[in-house]
Write a protein that binds this ligand. Structure first.
Ligand SMILES: Nc1ncnc2c1ncn2[C@@H]1O[C@H](COP(=O)(O)OP(=O)(O)OP(=O)(O)O)[C@@H](O)[C@H]1O
Ligand SMILES: CCCC(=O)O
Length: 355
């Protein structure tokens, strides 16, 4: 029996959709949202009806018969911390996506839109490996002061998908491997996947880990406190330094690694030094995850848009290639990962988790 899955991945400026027949893509589309369109809404949840109608219109324009769909799978958002897997979209999940229990993020709309479309068609709706997947070991939760704790917010959907892809391609089970997965996109996160659980990673949205094209990663805490109390910046401005205007874009004015690699190759020493620092911080975090695994690392996987860059792959390999062999899966395939998550449930390979 085959299944048709509609997948919905809402991002800050686009909604990516796809229809799969089992794992085969029938068609996909990126619906772009202009700043003028978005500014009509005073919150992310307020965009839900508008985005849902755009999704349905795109399916209609494609001449696709929605009655042939078996399920809808959306990217999950800033819910309460949960284990990885595929979750049936419950009333509570919709409520928490709407409230944004760990903040507002465009992916909060994924579960809400999936549920609304699913309910209208009388088919199940799911979310898969949302950014709040939290499988941290107890020891990894310590931050250094009882008022603080480390949290797991990372590219769980793509990290889990490439880790399972690696396992499948090598005839192994994800649950039997120790994999360090390094996602390098607009944000960067590095996960220690120990026998199927991500026992250590970062809060890649909020000032933790290595810097990325648009995020600062961890900043020296004392300096950050002084800056916060200097009276020169509002809380909003400081938050923007952490995410949005931090990292490579703050140092160089560009968040596009392709341009930066080109400028470095053409002799811009300042940009070359910043790119080196980016590679250094990523390599250092991979090394930390190897220590988490006590050196028993089966493979390091490099993924995300930046993994297309050979200079980046070479620089990280130079730093950490002695730890374990490296596999590169450049880019991300979150739409396929959403379809696969729903298929695992529909095919009875795993039960839908309850949120
Ligand atoms: N061929 C390439 N060589 C080097 N860098 C590249 C290449 N193609 C894309 N990139 C870089 O990848 C980054 C974007 O990656 P990606 O598209 O995975 O991010 P995103 O999906 O916007 O964000 P996130 O991964 O955090 O969700 C940009 O800095 C871009 O310049
Ligand atoms: C941290 C995971 C999601 C994102 O980069 O927006």
């Amino acid at each position: 029996m085959s299944y048709r899955i509609l997948v919905v991945n809402p991002g800050s400026t686009s909604t990516k959709i796809g229809v799969y027949e089992d794992e085969n893509l029938l068609f996909d589309k990126t619906l772009r949202h202009s700043a003028e369109e978005l500014e009509k809404f005073d919150s992310i949840p307020a965009q839900k009806d508008w985005r849902r109608k755009l999704v349905m219109k795109a399916l209609e324009d494609q001449g696709f018969d929605v009655k042939t769909l078996s399920a809808v799978s959306g990217r999950g958002g800033l819910l309460a911390p949960i284990r990885g897997g595929t979750y049936a979209v419950s009333d509570r999940l919709v409520r928490d996506c709407t409230v944004g229990v760990q903040g507002q993020h465009a992916s909060n709309l994924g579960g809400i839109i999936a549920r609304e479309i699913g309910d209208r068609l009388g088919i199940p709706s799911f979310i898969v490996d949302p950014v709040v997947v939290d499988e941290l070991s107890d020891v990894a939760r310590y931050a250094g002061h009882p008022l603080f704790h480390r949290t797991s917010i990372f590219h769980a959907l793509n990290q889990k998908a490439v880790a399972k892809r690696y396992a499948k391609e090598h005839g192994r089970k994800y649950e039997d491997l120790n994999l360090i997965v390094c996602h390098m996109g607009g944000g960067c996160s590095i996960g220690a996947h120990v026998h199927g659980s991500v026992v250590d990673t970062q809060n890649a949205l909020d000032g933790d880990g290595p810097f990325s094209p648009e995020r600062s990663g961890s900043l020296p805490t004392g300096q950050l406190v002084s800056l916060c109390f200097s009276g020169k910046y509002t809380a909003g401005e400081v938050r923007k330094m952490l995410a949005g205007h931090g990292g490579l874009v703050a140092y160089t004015g560009s968040n596009d690694m392709r341009d930066l690699l080109k400028a470095a190759a053409e002799g811009d020493k300042e940009i070359a030094a910043t790119v080196d620092a980016f590679h250094y911080q990523i390599g250092k975090e991979v090394g930390a995850m190897a220590a988490v695994m006590k050196g028993k690392v089966d493979q390091i996987i490099l993924t995300g848009g930046i993994a297309y860059g050979q200079e980046t792959v070479d620089a990280i390999t130079d730093m950490v290639g002695w730890i374990a062999p490296i596999t590169v899966y450049p880019g991300e395939d979150e739409l396929l990962a959403l379809a696969q998550g729903a298929l695992r449930v529909l095919n009875g390979e795993e039960p839908a988790r309850v949120y």
